[in-house]
Ligand binder design. Structure first.
Ligand SMILES: [Zn+2]
Ligand SMILES: [Zn+2]
Length: 130
């Protein structure tokens, strides 16, 4: 039994470290980036554990998947207010873009009903363009 408790404690610590890494980043992260961010806090952390926790946090409604056209899925905290993303083509990082031009629904042809929209800006981030 003590061993089982030990495993549970370890899993709880891993979960907490992953959540903290995601919140600290304040931008959508790939599973590899989550692993890199949380590795210091959780020695021996592996990518399988990251994926397992992503799945669990998604089903709990804590985590939200950000699908990038032609890119790897990223993950951000669920429940953030409406915002968009910037994909740096140099370093492949994705950043949050505050605000929305609004009224993009009017771009749809007459008679079409818009349910949602995504806007992705592409280019170079501040670090890469300096
Ligand atoms: Zn960049
Ligand atoms: Zn918008």
């Amino acid at each position: 039994m003590p061993e089982q408790i030990h495993v549970m404690e370890r899993r709880t610590r891993q979960r907490a470290a992953l959540k903290e890494a995601i919140e600290q980043a304040a931008r959508p992260l790939t599973p590899q980036e989550i692993l890199a961010e949380a590795q210091d806090a959780v020695p021996g952390l592996g990518i399988a554990t990251v994926y397992r926790n992503i799945k669990a946090l998604m089903s709990e409604g804590w985590l939200h998947k950000v699908e990038m056209p032609g890119g790897v899925d990223r993950y951000e905290r669920a429940g953030l207010h409406h915002h968009h993303h910037f994909h740096c083509q140099e370093c492949d990082r994705v950043f949050d873009v505050e605000g929305c031009p609004g009224n993009v629904e009017s771009l749809a042809p007459p008679g079409f009903q818009v349910a949602s929209h995504e806007i992705v800006l592409y280019g170079r981030c501040a670090t890469c363009s300096s």
